[in-house]
Design a protein around this ligand. Structure first.
Ligand code: UDP
Ligand code: MG
Length: 133
C-alpha cells in the first residue's frame, strides 16, 4: 500500500554535513520525495511536534536539541513507507541500531540520533500536516 511518512534530518546531522548522504540514501531506498524544506524550529514548535513525549524525562532536553539548529523535513512516499523508513533509520539508540542503518552510521547518542520518522499512520498524518499543511 502506498503510504506517506514524515522524515526529519535532525540538527546533529545537519551540523555534521551529512544531509546529502542521508537524502541519497532516501532516494536509493526507493522513496519519492514529495516535499522538502530546511528550517530552524523554535522551542515552542519542537514542544508541539513532540507533545506525545511531554511527560517523559527527556522532553526538555529533546526539545532544546531539536530547536538548537537547522533541520531538514521531508515528506516521503512509497509502498510501506512508514515501516520502511523506520527500518532504514534503525533503533532509537545508535549503539543498538543495526549496522547499515542511518542511526548507526550517523547518530551520536540516544538523543542526537540524526533522523526522525513517523511511527504509525496516525502520527504520520499529524506530522505531515504539522510541516506541510
Ligand atoms: N529520546 C531521548 N531519550 C530517550 C528516548 C528518546 O532523548 O530515552 C529522543 C530521541 O531523539 C528520539 C526522540 O526522543 O528520537 C523520540 O523518542 P521516541 O521514543 O519516539 O524514538 P523514535 O521514534 O525517534 O525512535
Ligand atoms: Mg517516535
Amino acid at each position: 500500500m502506498v503510504e506517506r511518512t514524515l522524515a526529519i534530518i535532525k540538527p546533529d546531522a545537519v551540523k555534521k554535513r551529512v544531509v546529502g548522504r542521508i537524502i541519497q540514501r532516501i532516494e536509493d531506498e526507493g522513496f519519492e520525495i514529495l516535499g522538502l524544506k530546511m528550517l530552524h524550529l523554535s522551542k515552542e514548535d519542537a514542544r508541539k511536534f513532540y507533545y506525545v513525549h511531554q511527560d517523559k524525562p527527556f522532553y526538555e532536553s529533546l526539545t532544546d536539541f531539536m530547536s538548537s539548529g537547522r533541520v531538514v523535513v521531508l515528506l516521503l512516499e512509497k509502498d510501506n513507507a512508514i515501516k520502511h523508513w523506520r527500518e532504514v533509520m534503525g533503533a532509537t539508540d545508535p549503539a543498538q541500531a543495526k549496522p547499515g542503518t542511518l542511526r548507526r552510521q550517523f547518530g551520536f547518542s540516544v538523543e542526537r540520533n540524526a533522523v526522525h520518522g513517523s511511527d504509525s499512520p496516525q502520527t504520520a498524518e499529524f506530522e505531515i500536516a504539522f510541516f506541510f499543511g
